[in-house]
Design a binder for this molecule. Structure first.
Ligand code: AR6
Length: 314
């Protein structure tokens, strides 16, 4: 279960409180300062022990201490990324910060975990982006088979963050259905990228690496991996792992020279690529690479089925 409230995180009883720490494990201000003040000497002593032992913590990862006087068993000190404009993998790193914190909590056997809005204070991560990433990471983790966590609470300090999380609740169904792509790509994405880089697809992964609108094909895979509508396509592109990977493999396609889509992918996968690019190039604010693929491989001609169905369910 996912909850969101506006409160001081040090006052909410849970098994594990996640803290927004820094890579040098220096005790800072913001929520970090509040957690250390409320945790008192018990937390401080354990934190200094962990810092002496580890020295630092990588961005996207976390260290664990006892919680001292806080209403919790443990504090998970997670290091989010500093926002530097969005081109230094900040989105992926923030996703990993949440995901790794939950993995640690799961390993400790915790049932309930609270999060502040990591990186959105001194580290300047845009709040709306950060909320989508945090929510997606939690949904992905909770739907993983190894998850034993029953309750995640996003503790927002300000009302702006609270409103952002409330709005995401309505998109939860779309965001949680993306797990099917993560599972499939875990085994096949690297192979797919490698085949594209070598200019010849030799195995079967088209449905979940270049997703298309549902209804285009009638096979089990086409149905299962079919994108339901534009909202699901938007959620797919906003996913820090799935969206990044789609752009990356399209860039790899653009790096293949002197071959047609048919020569690289065969048929009908060349048409599936065109449908996928038609779908994703229609999402506002998307990467320009999808249109470039359409131009280079299809002379700019788009998939008519996809276009008309996108118009219908928009
Ligand atoms: N409870 C819940 N949320 C809080 C609280 C609180 N008591 N206090 C602040 N927030 P920040 P960062 C919110 O700056 O951006 C520290 O110095 C706050 O409104 O605490 O990840 C560390 O040592 C904001 O939305 O963390 C690092 O060096 C959110 O917590 C650095 O700051 C995060 O703001 C980490 O920066």
């Amino acid at each position: 279960m996912i909850e969101f409230i506006q409160a001081d995180i040090t006052c909410i009883p849970v098994d594990g409180i996640v803290n927004a720490a820094n890579d040098m494990l220096r005790i800072g201000g913001g929520v970090d300062g509040a957690i250390h003040r409320a945790g008192g000497p018990g937390l401080r002593e354990d934190f200094l022990r962990v810092r002496a032992e580890k020295g630092s913590c990588l961005v996207g990862h976390a260290v664990v201490t006892v919680a001292g006087a806080l209403p919790a068993k443990f504090v998970i000190h997670a290091v989010g990324p500093v926002w530097e404009g969005g081109h230094k993998q900040e989105r992926l790193l923030l996703y990993q910060t949440y995901y790794h914190s939950l993995q640690l909590a799961g390993e400790l056997g915790l049932k309930s975990v609270s999060f502040p809005n990591i990186s959105t204070g001194v580290f300047r991560f845009p709040k709306a982006d950060a909320a989508v990433i945090a929510y997606q990471a939690v949904l992905d983790y909770l739907s993983a088979p190894e998850s034993g966590i029953e309750r995640v609470v996003f503790v927002c300090f300000d009302s702006e963050n609270l409103q952002l999380y409330k709005a995401l609740k309505e998109k939860e169904e779309y965001m949680s259905n993306l797990r099917r792509f993560l599972d499939a790509q875990e085994s096949y994405y690297d192979t797919a990228l490698d085949e594209i880089r070598r200019g010849r697809k030799t195995s079967h992964w088209i449905w979940y690496v270049f997703p298309q609108l549902r209804g285009l094909g009638s096979s089990r895979n086409a149905e299962y991996y079919g994108i339901k509508d534009i909202q699901e396509a938007v959620a797919y592109l906003s996913h820090p792992i799935l969206g990044t990977r789609l752009v990356l493999i399209c860039e790899a396609l653009m790096g293949v020279s002197g071959k047609t889509a048919f020569e690289i992918l065969g048929s009908p996968d060349d048409f599936k690529l065109r449908s996928s690019m038609t779908l994703f190039s229609g999402i506002p604010g998307c990467s320009p690479v999808f249109n470039r693929v359409l131009d280079q491989y299809f002379g700019g001609v788009r998939c008519a089925y996809t276009e008309s169905n996108m118009a219908r369910n928009h």
